[in-house]
Design a protein around this ligand. Structure first.
Ligand code: MSP
Length: 529
């Protein structure tokens, strides 16, 4: 029997990234968050499909390729490969990498377009307005900065367009969308983003154009090949194409069979309207079920401006990972920036946070306790269990309820809070060992007390490592190994079986059978440049 068919499914997406330039830390940010959720839901026993990919059509890409004197396809191939390479380097466990230039995607787009066309939601009209090529979006005059510059890409002037386009009847969906937001108050998160959308929709929705003329790089409009399909119409459907099993015939029915509707679209706040307004309306038109949640996170900023390819004020993620390692980069962005809010990158804070949390509070706690245990002649974890540890042991008190608290934090995408409460256990561990002073107990010959301290601390380090494993899988692997529990947090299968949350998120699973490993720093202190 195929057990996977009985498992609850969970599909999560990152945006499909534009290939106008190499990936930067802002693109990595969403993908790290998606990876943490992927890993967490897998630990919880769900069948998870994690989707990422690249968005390769449109004027922005066409122009970027031109400027490099390459064909858009060759250029897209190169940049798309750089995203794949970055995800490897960052230890991202994705399942599907969707490229909008893939042949199977064209078939899905055609079929979807036909459904919306048959519904009568597409018509031809004149489009006049200011267009931001970097956003690939028409802007209202009132949204623009002086001189018709885009408010997001502040160095890019929008371009005046006056052309015949095909339009999607978004206005038909005004009341249906309002009903959706009311019926599913969690559809748009966090609440501030939801309010932005509600305000925008309350102003009245206007039909939007879904085709371009004078643009070659894209799919031809099926009903009129002299027009090219608007990049966003095609891109959003990349999420659907991603659901096709490899080699499956590219039909909507096949794509939607197992993983639809998507549980969580993770996006940045700049592309909220597309996901929270246009996308559900397009799906309503095609009479398809809607995704469950759209979460719009904040921007990584430099000097309070969005870091981005268009402004050229980005951090190179490859250099950052080469210098500090994947775990450090993953941890810093998730711990130090509240997910949903903007956050500035600062290298001094980066180094201080990692040294304080990972090298000192967690790493050093393991290191000193393990060395102590070995010095006192132990080769294995002391032979105790949760039941044999006193109920008033502060680590037991904190540890037994931690798993569920952390689960709530991950489920609500409060990554920073999850890291904080896990680290608190390590901090409690440091205080506990100092207060209990096992070195004195040892000298006094109080073996039972010494064992209780060693067990409680090592078990707490294990639990912290487990609960942090979605964020720092390499550190979790090292800690588990030193505690005599070989585990591979990179192995999807192991995460959902042997390493399942139902067992490992409990406090008190180490036992006398676990052989102590060689003490080695799990995280090397970082030095300022
Ligand atoms: N191609 C579209 C998405 C189509 S989804 C069907 C797109 N691509 S993008 O490459 O410009 O941006 C992708 C994501 O990266 C967006 O969610 C955006 O918010 C995010 N980020 C880009 N710069 C960012 C920061 N400086 N900080 C955080 N996230 C940022 O939009």
């Amino acid at each position: 029997m195929d057990l996977s068919s009985q498992q609850e499914t969970f599909a999560v997406t990152t945006p499909l990234y534009y290939v106008n330039d190499l990936p930067h830390i802002g693109s990595a940010y969403t993908t790290i968050a998606a990876d943490i959720i992927t890993r967490f839901e897998r630990m919880r026993g769900k069948a998870v499909l994690s989707i990422t990919g690249t968005d390769e059509h449109g004027q922005k890409i066409e122009r970027a390729a031109q400027s490099k004197q390459k064909s858009p396809q060759v250029y897209s191939d190169e940049v798309s490969a750089a995203f794949v390479a970055l995800w490897e380097k960052l230890d991202i466990q994705y399942d599907r990498f969707s490229r909008t230039t893939a042949a199977n995607h064209h078939a899905i787009v055609k079929e979807f377009f036909q459904r919306v066309w048959d519904k009568g939601d597409i018509y031809k009209s004149q489009q006049k307005g200011w267009y931001c090529v970097s956003c690939e979006e028409f802007k209202e005059e009132r949204e623009l900065l002086k001189g018709h510059f885009c408010s997001i890409h502040t160095n890019k002037q929008t371009e005046w367009r006056d052309e015949e386009n095909y339009f999607f009847r978004l206005s038909n969906y005004q009341s249906k969308l309002e009903a959706l937001y009311q019926a599913q108050p969690n559809f748009i998160q966090p609440q501030t983003r939801c309010n932005e959308v509600l305000n925008f929709v309350a102003q009245g929705l206007q039909d939007f154009s879904i085709s371009r003329v004078n643009l070659d790089w894209g799919f031809p409009v099926p009903s009129d090949p002299s027009h090219t399909l608007y990049v966003w119409f095609d891109a959003l459907l990349g999420y659907v194409t991603a659901l096709l099993d490899p080699g499956a015939e590219p039909t909507l029915a096949n794509a939607l069979a197992k993983w639809w509707p998507i549980n969580l679209h993770l996006i940045g706040k700049d592309i909220l309207r597309f996901h929270a307004i246009y996308w559900p309306a397009m799906l309503m038109s095609a009479e398809l079920p809607l995704p469950k949640v759209v979460f719009g996170h904040g921007f990584l900023t430099k000097d309070n401006q969005k870091m981005g390819k268009s402004l050229g004020n980005t951090l190179d993620p490859v250099a950052l990972i080469d210098r500090y390692g994947a775990d450090a980069v993953r941890y810093y962005f998730m711990k130090e920036i509240e997910f949903g809010k903007d956050g500035d990158f600062n290298e001094t804070r980066f180094i201080d946070t990692l040294n304080a949390d990972l090298a000192n509070d967690l790493g050093n706690l393991l290191n000193r306790t393990l060395k102590m245990a070995l010095k006192y002649g132990y080769t294995n974890i002391p032979n105790l269990t949760c039941e044999t540890i006193a109920d008033d042991n502060p680590l037991k008190i904190a540890g037994v309820i931690l798993g569920e608290k952390v689960a709530v934090a991950y489920e609500s995408l409060c990554f920073s809070q999850a890291c904080e409460i896990i680290l608190n256990l390590a901090r409690t561990g440091n205080k506990y060992i100092d207060d209990a002073a096992p070195w004195t107990l040892y000298k006094q010959g109080k073996q039972q007390e010494v064992e209780e301290v060693l067990y409680a601390v090592l078990e707490s380090v294990r639990l912290a490592a487990y609960l942090l494993s979605p964020v720092v899988p390499n550190i979790a692997n090292k800690i588990y190994k030193q505690l005599g529990l070989p585990a591979d947090f990179h192995n999807k299968n192991q995460i959902s079986t042997e390493l399942a949350f139902a067992t490992h998120a409990n406090w008190g699973i180490l036992s006398g059978e676990n052989k102590l490993g060689e003490p080695q720093p799990v995280f090397q202190r970082l030095e300022a440049r």
